[in-house]
Ligand binder design. Sequence first.
Ligand code: ADP
Length: 192
Amino acid sequence: MIHLILFGPPGSGKGTQAEKLVDHYGLTHISTGDLFRYEMSNDTPLGQKAKEYMAAGELVPDEVTIGMLRNKVNSVPATKGFIFDGFPRTVAQAEALDKFLAEKGEEITGLVALDVHEEEIVKRILLRGKTSGRPDDNDESIIRNRIDVYKSETTPVSDHYHRIGKSHTVQGIGSLDEIFQRLTGVIDSLID
Ligand code: ADP
């Protein structure tokens, strides 16, 4: 099976590209951000747990996130594999994912990061905030906090996969199609 981690800072275009990639490769898309927003919109206990963290631009605690991810993966009946978007976001999540896949006799195929510089990201998120209805997209101090959390907690995840030769980066600036071509260039070389 193919298990890809689509990586990059908030607002780097992971969600948009993930949608195109799942169509192209026939994989299942799992976005932990989308899963939390779904739980919140249904006011479930999980949604209630995540709410305050998301509003502040902090990470939801690992045990909550990892448990949700496991349940989601286990609920998908048959698939060629997964595109993980917004997960893993900490080294503990990466280790939990590696272990969880190993228990199934599977492993991460590769991590592909979208490289986008900070000012572009802030601009994109503020623009998205005008239509996304996401409170965490409308406040520049919360956006900056998400970027700080990304730098301190999340960038070590790409080092984790870099150490085992599984981390790749593509330029995340350009047209949607250009970026998609760059991603498929890398992914095709991983799965051939
Ligand atoms: P973005 O990538 O634009 O920040 P996401 O939808 O991926 O948007 O995430 C939104 C918020 O959801 C994060 O700021 C965080 O609070 C929470 N979240 C999503 N994924 C995770 C995760 N893997 N671990 C912890 N918190 C998460």
